[in-house]
Design a protein around this ligand. Structure first.
Ligand SMILES: [Mg+2]
Length: 328
């Protein structure tokens, strides 16, 4: 069977059996935002990697080089945030380069990574450069110190708990549509697409408040909350009216004839955090972080969208999956 028939998530499920989650010091292997291992002396670290490929994750025609560097690091830091990590972190960068790329462009990529890392105690410390004749790529791996014993996993959600999300959803995909239609890179939504803000402070606060599970929104709310449901063996019910959507996203969606709710639940790349916690924990957390409660964990499986009248809501797509033409 070819990769294209299998799809990203089927492939991950298949390849997981070749991994070694019992390796010495491993606390958490595949199936979360980052792997967690314990070093001698009891210090715990989260380890993650993410790549961006030309023509798949970015198009140089509308992605400033500085933004490419910033985002390549930001999406990795977002995975640390989703584990509740907040300590210093160190990044290795692998650049796959076409011969015709300008050296000055790469300096901008590195300036972007430095500008991102500076805000989150993250240092780029090394890496590798390889030839990639057809398409450029940038791959970042990151190791970060966890604050203490705990971390926010995907498998901690229990029925009755509240589901919340930081910030707003849908801006990124709508910003991408704006970029693709030549509206420039300085609109609210385009900036959100190009310069996602890792929710490091919120992840740390969620861990300290006693939250049970978290994930960052990379593939879209439905898919990413779906990962929490799968790993936890539960379902989730989300109230569409409570999903936070910015006024700018609503305006862009209206102007382009798109559905802002579909953008919010299936768009992806918002790099907000989905947090699951007991009601009183969520109450404490909401006092210190900008987050919106959007639903609850229920027995069963999968994510169900409902409106205030209790009616089931369906939207066109369910989120992004590599190797698949449309979400399943
Ligand atoms: Mg993630």
């Amino acid at each position: 069977m070819r990769v294209g028939e299998k799809g990203e998530f089927g492939l991950i499920a298949d390849l997981r059996r070749w991994l070694d989650p019992e390796a010495g010091g491993m606390i958490r292997g595949a199936g979360d935002d980052a792997a967690v291992f314990e070093a001698r002396g009891g210090r715990r670290f989260a380890y993650t990697a993410d790549a961006m490929v030309e023509g798949v994750h970015f198009d140089p025609a509308y992605t400033p080089w500085h933004a490419l560097g910033y985002k390549a690091l930001a999406v990795n830091l977002s995975d640390l945030a989703a584990m509740g990590g907040g300590g210093p972190s160190y990044a290795l960068v692998v650049l796959g380069l076409r011969e015709d790329i300008e050296v000055e462009a790469l300096e901008e990529v590195y300036r972007g990574m430095r500008d991102c890392g500076a805000g989150f105690s993250c240092a780029v410390v090394g890496g590798d450069i390889v030839a990639s004749p057809e398409r450029m790529f940038i791959s970042v791996s990151l190791v970060g110190a966890l604050a203490g014993d705990g971390f926010l996993a995907r498998d901690g959600a229990r029925p009755g708990q509240a589901v919340a999300v930081t910030g707003t959803l849908g801006d990124s995909i709508l910003g991408l549509k704006e970029l693709m239609s030549g509206k420039g890179n300085d609109t609210h939504c385009a900036r959100r697409h190009l310069y996602p803000e890792p929710r490091m402070r919120e992840g740390r606060a969620a861990l300290e408040a006693g939250a049970s599970a978290a994930i960052d929104v990379s593939d879209g709310l439905l898919r990413d909350l779906g990962h929490i449901c799968d790993e936890s063996g539960v379902g989730a019910r989300v109230l569409v009216e409570d999903i936070p959507i910015s006024a700018e996203a609503r305006r862009v969606a209206r102007d382009m004839g798109l559905d802002p709710v579909e953008a919010a639940v299936a768009g992806g790349e918002d790099y907000e955090l989905v947090v699951v916690a007991d009601g009183e924990v969520m109450g404490r957390l909401a006092a210190t972080c900008a987050l919106s409660v959007i639903g609850e964990i229920v027995p069963g499986e999968g994510v169900e969208l409902v409106d205030r009248g209790g009616r089931r809501v369906t939207v066109g797509g369910s989120g992004y999956e590599h190797f698949k033409e449309t979400g399943g």
